[in-house]
Design a protein around this ligand. Structure first.
Ligand SMILES: Cc1cc2nc3c(=O)[nH]c(=O)nc-3n(C[C@H](O)[C@H](O)[C@H](O)COP(=O)(O)OP(=O)(O)OC[C@H]3O[C@@H](n4cnc5c(N)ncnc54)[C@H](O)[C@@H]3O)c2cc1C
Length: 306
């Protein structure tokens, strides 16, 4: 439960929190009502402490990164929502890079390039955190988090214990990992083992990737990226385009005219608008191609979780 004692304890430990904080400010869709309590710990130890206080006070916890793959409900989320973006330590030692769960992927890729380490450039243009990308097995251009992560420090919110997981233990699949099915597990730190590369060539490659992305995606509009997972080898965005759905609107939510796989927020979109538009797309694709596209974005319920 959310009690004065809980917030007093956070205050005592100098952990930043805000009651009734609008989740529209916590994700790239710019949609969502208030979290009962928003907590932003400044590092791994503070995160562990905040999670312990919530556990001891019986307050349910939802963990988010940059909210770039998330649709938060109009009613907001009950209990505490803990953001990881303060977990931003990053160290490079030889070929090993260690990053806190809240490190943003473009910074991760940049630091690897600066250190002359290859393998993370594909993450340069993904606007998420290391922890969110691990949970989602984020990726593009034929690579994904599961192909570069060596091991990670994982915490169990139910009892606070931490342990190291190897890549295999995450059960990575198509924009999927065991983390998405078990909201009690949280990634705190990720370790990468990388091979040396030519710095100049790495910077050139990253620039090419960014150009390609900017040319095809509506990066200027609030969105949560691609809404649907691939269907086998098929990009669902192509089928949505073939159905003539670009520009279709429900309230303030629109199928991007630039990329049919993206739903963009035209200013006042609600989570209900986005969900209604998703249903329209699913119905049309089912009618034309015989399957219901599976959302990639995380649609949070008001009771939180993952
Ligand atoms: C313009 C744009 C382009 C994009 N391009 C791509 C792309 O090319 N490829 C791609 O894969 N994705 C892409 N995305 C989607 C998104 O950026 C990625 O999925 C990203 O990795 C999500 O990270 P996040 O920190 O924002 O996660 P969030 O949205 O905050 O969270 C996503 C899920 O992960 C869970 N989670 C977050 N942090 C942790 C943690 N530390 N431990 C356990 N679980 C956690 C959350 O509970 C939630 O279920 C794009 C999004 C946008 C807006």
């Amino acid at each position: 439960m959310l009690t004065e004692q809980l917030t007093d304890r956070l205050k005592e430990r100098k952990i930043e929190y805000r009651p009734g904080y609008a989740l529209s400010g916590c994700g790239t869709f710019r949609i969502g009502g208030p979290a009962d309590l928003w907590i932003q710990p400044s590092g791994t130890d503070a995160f562990i402490e905040a999670a312990r206080i919530c556990r001891e006070e019986g307050c349910p916890v939802t963990v988010i990164g940059n909210g770039s793959n998330s649709l938060f409900p109009d009613e907001g989320i009950r209990g505490a929502v803990i953001g990881t973006k303060g977990l931003r330590d990053l160290t490079v030692q030889g070929g090993e890079l260690k990053a806190g769960a809240g490190v943003m992927l473009p910074r991760l890729a940049l630091e690897a390039r600066n250190a002359g380490l290859a393998g993370l450039n594909f993450l340069s243009g993904i606007p998420g955190t290391v922890g969110g990308a691990t949970a989602m097995n984020a990726g593009c251009y034929g690579s994904s988090m599961g192909s570069v992560l060596d091991r990670a420090l994982v915490m169990d919110l139910s009892d606070g214990h931490t342990e190291i997981w190897t890549a295999r233990e995450f059960g990575f699949g198509e924009r999927d990992s065991v983390l998405l099915h078990d909201p009690s597990k949280v990634v705190l730190e990720v370790f990468f083992r990388l091979l040396p590369g030519d710095r100049k060539a790495l910077f050139e490659e990253a620039e090419q990737m960014q150009k390609k992305r900017a040319g095809s995606q509506p990066l200027e509009d609030p969105s949560a990226g691609s809404v649907f997972k691939r269907h086998g080898a098929e990009a669902v965005s192509r089928l949505i385009d073939l159905c003539g759905l670009k520009g279709t609107r429900v309230g303030g939510a629109e199928v991007s005219p630039k990329h049919a796989g993206f739903i963009v927020n035209r200013g006042q979109a609600t989570a209900e608008d986005v969900k209604a538009l998703i249903r329209i797309i699913q119905d049309r694709v089912k009618a034309e191609y015989g399957f219901v596209p599976e959302p990639e974005i995380r649609i949070f319920p008001p009771e939180g979780g993952r």
